[in-house]
Design a protein around this ligand. Structure first.
Ligand code: LLP
Length: 426
């Protein structure tokens, strides 16, 4: 469910027409709907509450780290799941209280851990013994007691794309579930650490409830064993991963997800923390692009647009499907013909869709890439020296640019010529 609809034949984001924004900011740009983000958060929060869970929703900022997006969620009560000092600083800058922030990741550096300790965040999810030792040392030096979770690798197949599967034993994440008991024993003995939680995240874009249940049941067993060892587990961090429909998939509903949590873990007396990213923002964003030209190739027609793989990497990186719609509603009589929708970047991989039926379009027409609110702008780069595209947030009849398009001068100004080249004449 989202708030992007055709009104009188033109696509609107809530109360604002996409062509109006395009005329104002130019294309390409990302467009986010506040009402859609709020709705997704509310549905999840209500589902968790209805299942009788005492839950905190920590938005996985990696999905969309724009300050306005994080703030939209934090105003509703969301916390944040961060994986770098940059994300932690963004969450704090967006107004997320430190006591609602959790820090995950296999490669947290000494500086990042020290900053997290200094910021007083809720919980640090530890993914290895060396990290545990480093954290203990830093916490002791800072005179602090840090609440930690050990991230468990439950060796469960999430049945999703291999590049976003994280809970199998060959993946780099977490500590193998069979060894977790001894690592908690180490954590209990180390100064400066309070092991209060167990964490787990098995992958992203899950479209079935089964793998979640399997992982949750494994956690359940672990909590019981850890408690019998004397670790006071009070919180369960269940990660994110609930999928969204890109191409007709039917992922479990938030209610089914909450139900599976309650059924497997509800009687342990723990508070629950979930880290959704895509679920909250995926469907709440579009990438808006213009057709540069239509090119007739030897065997197919190419619709060349002004967005490219650097702006929305998912198709090139994961062969991901994004629905593509014209901003002017096609009439029912117009026949869609298969075209390749491509960007201007100098790689064949810069292809958004192959042989996708599209109503006839011409240069200047606006197209939108749907379900681009998660891992869209977040993963963009400046490849081919294309400046990052702006991000726009709509709220009812208002819109605001929430990330500006850098100028070419600003983009180039990050480079420096070494002194031995400074007088070089070209
Ligand atoms: N928690 C942890 C520890 C994670 O690693 C992730 C995602 C999440 C939460 C949020 O997962 P979500 O609810 O969004 O599925 N770039 C890929 C997705 C990578 C996900 C990485 N970790 C894509 O575009 O599909």
């Amino acid at each position: 469910m989202n708030h992007f609809d055709y009104q009188d034949g033109v696509l609107f984001a809530e109360g604002v027409s996409i062509p109006r924004i395009a005329a104002d900011v130019g294309t390409p740009f990302y467009c986010y709907s506040t009402a859609t983000i709020e709705r997704h958060y509310t549905v999840l929060a209500e589902s968790l509450a209805a299942a009788g869970l005492k839950a905190t929703i920590c938005f996985a900022c990696k999905a969309n780290p724009n300050l306005a997006v994080i703030r939209t969620l934090s105003r509703l009560g969301a916390g944040a799941d961060v994986v770098s000092e940059g994300e932690l600083r963004r969450a704090l800058a967006a107004g997320v209280p430190a006591e609602r922030i959790v820090f995950s990741g296999v490669g947290k550096t000494r500086d990042e851990l020290a900053f997290a300790i200094e910021s007083g965040i809720m919980q640090i999810n530890v993914e290895s013994e060396p990290e545990l030792l480093m954290l203990s040392e830093l916490a002791t030096a800072a005179g602090r007691e840090i609440e930690v979770a050990i991230r468990v690798n439950p060796d469960v197949d999430a049945n999703t794309h291999a590049k976003i599967t994280t809970g199998k034993k060959e993946n780099k994440f977490g500590i193998e579930w069979t060894r977790v008991r001894e690592v908690y024993a180490i954590a209990r003995a180390l100064p400066g650490l309070v092991p209060v939680a167990v964490a787990c995240h098995i992958g992203s874009q899950l479209t079935e409830i089964g793998p979640f249940r399997e992982a949750f049941l494994r956690l359940r067993d672990l909590v019981q064993v850890l408690r019998s060892d004397g670790t006071d587990i009070r919180r369960l961090d269940l990660g994110g991963g609930l999928g969204v429909p890109y191409d007709g998939e039917t992922p479990p509903s938030p209610a089914a997800y909450a139900g599976a949590i309650a059924e497997t873990l509800g009687d342990l007396g723990c508070s629950v923390l979930v880290e959704p990213g895509r679920l909250l923002v995926g469907n709440a964003g579009l990438l808006v692009s213009s057709v540069v030209r239509v090119k007739t190739g030897a065997t197919r027609t190419f619709v060349v647009v002004d967005a490219a793989m650097n702006d929305l990497m998912r198709p090139a990186l994961y062969d991901a499907y994004h629905a593509i719609h014209p901003v002017t509603e096609p009439s029912a009589e117009v026949e869609a013909v298969p075209v390749d929708i491509v960007g201007p970047v100098c790689e064949t991989g810069d292809t958004f869709a192959r042989q996708r039926p599209l109503p006839p379009v011409q240069a200047g027409d606006l197209l939108v890439f749907a379900t681009a609110g998660a891992y869209g702008a977040a993963m963009a780069s400046t490849y081919n020296s294309r400046p990052l595209v702006p991000e726009v947030m709509v709220n009812g009849n208002r819109f605001a640019v929430v990330r500006v398009r850098p100028s070419y001068e600003e983009m180039i100004a990050f480079d420096r010529l070494p002194d031995w080249q400074s007088d070089t004449k070209t």
